[in-house]
Structures are given as C-alpha cells and as structure tokens.
Design a protein around this ligand. Structure first.
Ligand SMILES: Nc1ncnc2c1ncn2[C@@H]1O[C@H](COP(=O)(O)OP(=O)(O)OP(=O)(O)O)[C@@H](O)[C@H]1O
Ligand SMILES: [Mg+2]
Length: 464
C-alpha cells in the first residue's frame, strides 16, 4: 500500500523552505552590501589619515613643494598585515613628487577639501583609491599637492563576510530547526492516520461495521464519517443482494424440481399419446420458469441503484400508453375481456425511459387481464391529475385486493392466497421500482363502483 505521508511532508517542507531560502539569499545579498559599505566607511578614514601623514612630509623649497620621506618612514607608514598600500604625491603643475609612479591617474575630481574614494585596479588587483588635494602648510595661501593612496580590498572583504556570517548563521540554524520541527511534527501529526490506515487494511472484506472515530483528528473526521456512511450504504446493498439471491434461488428451486419430476414421468411413459401430453405440460412449466427468470432479471435491472443506466427522454404518456395497450388486444380477446382506453385530447409529456415505462404498463395490464374474471372489463386511463402531475390508471372489475393486502402485494414474491393464475409475485415489485426511478407514486384503490381494482401511477409532468 502506498504511504501518503512523505508527500504531505515534502509539500509542507517545500512551502516552508522555499520562501525561507529565497529570503535568506536576499538577506545575505543585502547584508553583504551593507557590511561592505560599513567596512569601507571605517577603512576609508584610515586611508585619509595616511594621506595626511604623507603630506606632513612635503616640504616647501620657497614655493616649490618637495617630498621628504625616507624609505624606512614610508615602509612604516604603509605597513599592513593583510593589504598592499600604494601612494603618490603630485604637485599643482602635475609633476610627480614621490611614491608609486605606476598608480593610475585620478579618475576625476579631488578638488581641495573634497576627498574622493573609489574602486580602481592597481597591477591587476582591485583597490580602494583615495584622491585628495591637501595644503602643504597650515596657511591657506600655501600651495597644495594631490595625494593618492590605494589599498587592496582583503581586510574589507573579510570584515564584510564576517558581518554577513553573524547575520546569516543564526538564520540558517533557524531554517534547519524549522525543517526538523516540520519533519517530526508531520510524522507525529500523521500517526492517528497511520493507525486508521492499519485499522482499515487489517479488516476483513466482509466487515462493514463503522470505523472507530474515537481517536481520529478533527480534520479527518468528516472523511471518516463519509466512509462510514458509504459502508452503511454498501451494507444495505449487500443485504439486499444476498436476500435477493437467496429468494431467487428458493423461487427457482421449486419449478426446476417440478420440471425434473415431469421429465422422469415422461421418460417412464410408453404410450405416445401420454408422452405428448407430458411434453405439453413440460412446455407450460418451462414457459412459467422462463417468465420467472425474465421477471428476476427485470427486478435486478431496476434496483434502486439503476438511476444512472436510465435513458430519460420527453415522452407523451397519452400516446405511449395507447400504443402499449394496443399490444394487449389479442390477449384480452383470448379471455373475452373488453380492453378499453380513455385518454386526453392533448399530449401529456413526462420524462421517461421508454423500455422501463413499457415494462411498468405491461405488468399492470397483465395483472388486470389475468386476475379479473373472464368477460370482464379492463380500462387504461390517462388523465391530468393536478397542476404538475398526470395519472396513468389501470382498472379492472375482478375481485378486489383486500385492504390489508394492498401494501403487501408490492413486495417481491408476495401473492394473494388462492390465486389460481400462474405468476412469480414479482410484477408489482418491478412496477414499484420503475415508478420510483421515475419519481412517480403508486396507489391502489377499489374501482369507482366498489368492485375491482384501480392501480394509479402519478408521474411528474415535464416542465414546459
Ligand atoms: N389487478 C389485480 N387484481 C387482483 N389481484 C391482483 C391484481 N394485480 C395483482 N394482484 C395480486 O397481487 C399479486 C402480486 O402481483 P404481481 O404482479 O406482483 O405478481 P404476479 O402477477 O403473481 O407474478 P408476475 O407478475 O411476476 O408474473 C398477484 O399474485 C395477485 O394475487
Ligand atoms: Mg403480475
């Protein structure tokens, strides 16, 4: 069996971690950019101080500046553990007074009092470059020199990364913790579902008792309730089916044993005339059996779940009832029964499945002809009963069905005691099922004059 929980867990984690990781990446970028700005701010000041220090070593020869910086003093000034430092001093006339001649010329600006710091490259290495005009003496009138100081970026980058790490590492830890919490939380949360799964999979296929909802989480409860409801429906259908199979087997047993007995008798017969007689009897029995089988099949076909297989279409009940009744004229004539039809002038359209409706009418007319006395009268009537229903009524003038039997004759296999005619007792059960499938209602009353029976079926009219 497939385990559903890893998918849920993966989904939850994806929803949680996706945004968190995106946030972390954005945050790292922003933190790096900010840290770099702060470290630049701090180290740029130091560059400026070095520039001022260098200018202290510029002396004036009259009005001409000259850099007086020994090798040793320069080394001390530019000493740094991590980075390389370069400098150059240029006079107002553009002549280099000292320092590293290879430094690229200032990009722009560097007006007096407004030092500029920017990124550049020296010997292929990225550097931070300070450019500033500084006065040689304290006097504002003294000449100025242009000082350039450049420094590689190692300690700035390191500082920036250290600051980023301080921000990002706790966040990373938080994400790892959240993952762990979700991972274990989901496992724990799904435990009742696992138990539920085991309870269902350990069940026998015959056990349709409801699942215990005692320890089921609230979110899953409606689902389990639905499953229980479905099981209850399945249980009812199972009961219905097994009762039907038992009934059918019981009903088939008697005629089949009868057939066997008749065949044995016929086999022992020597007289040709009597054999013929036995065969004629056998034919009648086989015919009865075949009707029973047909009715059983019809009952199974129209069971309550058959709604999906119905082919409902608009149908004029008036015309259709007349058409079906006409088929019964030969049968009625045989029994000298006066079969009549009374309809209405205009069509009465209902939604019906043609074949099933024919079966319903056939069963009712068959009963009326069979159970009323010979030379009787059977009338099929179609009328409008009220605003949105029409009525199909089949009346006979035979012996009335006793009041206490009126409900029971619609049950399967129920027949009136003392009925002489053949029958399986299924016709009215089929009629009742077909009526239900059509949303129709059946009643049984005495005929108007107090004798005979009127079976009425009330169909909903199709909305215009
Ligand atoms: N019009 C009727 N007049 C008198 N009794 C009837 C009439 N219709 C039905 N019954 C009684 O109701 C019983 C049940 O009828 P139903 O049509 O269900 O079964 P059936 O006619 O015996 O068998 P099947 O129709 O399956 O061959 C009949 O056996 C009969 O006793
Ligand atoms: Mg019948």
């Amino acid at each position: 069996m497939r385990k559903p929980e890893p998918r849920l867990r993966r989904k939850l984690l994806a929803w949680l971690l996706g945004p968190l990781v995106v946030l972390l990446v954005l945050d790292t970028g922003a933190a790096y950019w900010n840290s770099l700005r702060f470290s630049d701010l701090a180290y740029d000041r130091a560059l400026y101080e070095i520039g001022r220090e260098i200018v202290l070593h510029v002396k004036l020869d009259g009005n001409r500046p000259r850099l007086d910086l020994s090798e040793a003093a320069s080394n001390i000034l530019l000493l740094d553990q991590e980075d390389l430092l370069f400098f150059r001093v240029v006079g107002e006339d553009g002549a280099t007074l000292g320092g590293d001649a290879e430094l690229p010329p200032p990009q722009r600006g560097g007006e007096p009092g407004k030092p500029r710091v920017y990124r550049d490259t020296v010997r292929g290495e990225p550097v931070r470059m300070l450019v500033a005009w500084m006065p040689v003496g304290a006097d504002a009138a003294t000449p100025k020199v242009l000082v350039q100081v450049a420094e590689t970026l190692h300690k700035r980058t390191r500082l920036a990364w250290e600051m980023v790490a301080n921000v990002v590492v706790p966040q990373l830890l938080l994400i790892v913790m959240a993952t762990a919490v979700v991972w274990f939380g989901v496992s724990r949360g799904l435990e009742p579902l696992q138990r539920l799964r085991r309870a269902v999979s350990d069940r026998s296929h015959l056990d349709l008792s409801p699942i215990d909802t005692h320890d089921v989480p609230g979110e899953v409860r409606p689902l389990v309730d639905e499953v229980n409801e479905l099981m209850a429906r399945l249980g009812r259908t199972f009961d219905f089916q097994s009762r039907f199979v038992a009934d059918a087997a019981h009903q088939l047993k008697t005629p089949v044993s009868g057939l066997k007995a008749q065949i044995e008798l016929a086999l022992r017969e020597n007289d040709a005339e009597r054999v013929r007689h036995s065969l004629a009897q056998l034919y009648i029995s086989a015919d009865r059996l075949s009707r029973l089988v047909r009715q059983l099949l019809s009952l199974a076909r129209n069971e309550p779940g058959a709604l999906d297989a119905m082919q409902l279409q608009p149908l004029d009940l008036n015309a259709y009832a007349l058409e079906v009744s006409m088929d019964w004229v030969p049968q009625a004539l045989k029994r000298d029964i006066d079969l009549g039809f009374e309809g209405v002038e205009h069509p009465l359209v209902i939604n019906a499945d043609r074949d099933r409706l024919r079966e319903l009418i056939n069963n009712l007319i068959d009963n009326a002809i069979r159970y009323s006395q010979p030379s009787g009268r059977v009338t099929v009537r179609v009328t409008r009963s009220d605003g949105d229903h029409c009525r199909l009524a089949i009346s006979d003038d035979g012996p009335s069905v006793p009041v206490e039997e009126r409900a029971r004759i619609f049950e399967r296999f129920h027949r009136l005691l003392g009925t002489q005619e053949d029958g399986s007792g299924l016709g009215l059960a089929i009629v009742s099922e077909i009526a239900t499938l059509h949303g129709a209602r059946i009643t049984l009353e005495e005929d108007i004059d107090g004798v005979g029976n009127t079976f009425s079926v009330f169909f909903p009219l199709r909305a215009a």
